[in-house]
Design a binder for this molecule. Structure first.
Ligand code: ASP
Ligand code: MG
Length: 409
């Protein structure tokens, strides 16, 4: 007997036909001896719609009440999927996050799971039920309802798989799996059969759609995650611990696995900052306090005791960031600040790049040959990222996809 955890995303549950389709798939998975725990997102755009209604009532909804409201989206799909399963003659029971034992801290809107008490789920499984858990939510020790952050039904799924020691976690969505690049930008991009967890983390942080915290959790608890389509029989992409030593002789894994892209990038430059200890912290601390996350940071070499500091933020946070920076820059007696809104990130990602020189050079050369100017560069052990003009993103990503021969995987 094996235990399978499945998750279905909002677009896979957007109407009653799709809900019936999901129930059919869950029912098939439960054939034989299998036990199934499924977790579901809210139907279609219902989370956005709930946020919109709240926004019509108040500009600053009380975080606790907003979580109560948002949690109802997942409860709806959870109950409806159970009804559809029962129509198919299956025994099924719906559980809210709290009922399922997902205990969190009280950071409403972005709560962290602190404990998972699986006894209720196990009891229901032992009774012969398929268990359907409302995704994206939990409960505090004080019994307040919390939500885990946008897109966090993925996190519910991986947490359940880890807590229940499932063989793997299956995430069903509206695409066939994880692609080597965004197919809307790179027409030759294709679905990968597998990707390393660390690589996926870089892809998720830098674009490909999956909740990054769920991948981190999968890494910590060593849960293999299959991402596949709820609409067809695609074999999907398995996200798992990849060991190059395990590869068969003659099977050389391409060192660059994918091209990650992200459009939402803006740059702020603070000119002529006095170059002395503490300057960076006096700039970035107020930004952190204003809850603005700063990404790529570059400090130029000092000329005549002053330096230019450049960094990127999300476009949606640009105005807020610019106000904070302007104030600090004035206090420090720095020069002007400059802004560039229309930027994007393009990254090459692959664990095989570690300790292998030449990847950065090849990336820069490829972009240069395509006539694309690099605005900023940043790297991790398994990723090289360039900031480019958003208008050149598609050209950049396609050129890199070709140059690194991801096609010949
Ligand atoms: N319904 C929530 C959202 O839209 C959670 C999820 O879809 O995973 O963010
Ligand atoms: Mg959703």
């Amino acid at each position: 007997m094996s235990l399978i955890v499945q998750k279905y995303g909002g677009s896979s549950l957007a109407n009653s036909d799709l809900i019936r389709n999901v129930a059919k798939r869950i029912s098939n998975a439960s054939e034989g001896d299998n036990q199934v725990v499924a977790t579901v997102s809210a139907m279609g755009d219902s989370t956005d719609n709930l946020m919109d209604i709240a926004a019509q009532i108040t500009n600053s909804p009380n975080p606790r009440e907003l979580d109560v409201l948002l949690s109802t989206g997942e409860l709806q799909s959870c109950a409806l999927v159970c009804m559809a399963l029962q129509e198919l003659g299956k025994n099924a029971v719906s559980l809210s996050g709290g009922q399922a034992g997902i205990i969190t801290d009280s950071r409403f809107g972005n709560a962290k799971i602190s404990n998972l008490a699986t006894n209720r789920i196990e009891m229901e499984l032992n009774k012969g039920n398929i268990v359907v858990v409302a995704g994206f939510q939990g409960i505090t020790d004080e019994l307040d309802i919390t939500t885990l952050g946008r897109g966090a039904s993925d996190l519910t799924a991986v947490a359940l798989a880890a807590g229940l020691k499932a063989e793997r976690c299956e995430i069903y969505t509206d695409v066939d799996g994880i692609f080597t690049a965004d197919p809307r930008l790179v027409p030759s991009a294709y679905k990968m059969d597998e990707i390393g967890i660390e690589e996926m983390l870089e892809m998720a942080n830098y674009g490909a759609k999956m909740n990054p915290r769920s991948i981190e959790l999968g890494m910590v608890f060593n849960v293999p995650i299959l991402v596949s389509s709820s609409m067809n029989e695609s074999s999907g992409t398995l996200i798992h611990e990849v060991n190059d030593m395990d590869m068969k002789v003659g099977e050389i894994r391409n060192r660059v696995r994918g091209i990650a892209t992200e459009k939402d990038v803006a740059k702020i430059i603070v000119y002529s900052v006095v170059d002395r200890p503490g300057i960076a912290s006096s700039l970035f601390e107020p930004l952190a306090q204003a809850d603005i996350s700063v990404d790529v940071i570059v400090q130029n070499s000092s000329v005549e005791g002053t330096t230019d500091l450049t960094f990127t933020v999300k476009q949606s946070q640009l105005n807020k960031a610019a106000l904070v920076v302007k104030k600090v820059a004035d206090d420090l007696g720095s020069g002007q600040i400059g802004i560039d809104e229309d930027l994007a990130k393009v990254s090459v990602v692959g664990t095989g790049m570690q300790d292998s020189p030449g990847y950065a050079a090849k990336m820069f050369k490829t972009l240069a040959s395509a006539g694309i100017n690099i605005e900023m560069i940043t790297t991790s052990e398994i990723r090289i990222t360039c900031i480019v003009k958003v208008s050149e993103l598609s050209k950049a990503a396609s050129a890199l996809h070709d140059a690194f021969e991801i096609d010949f995987n």
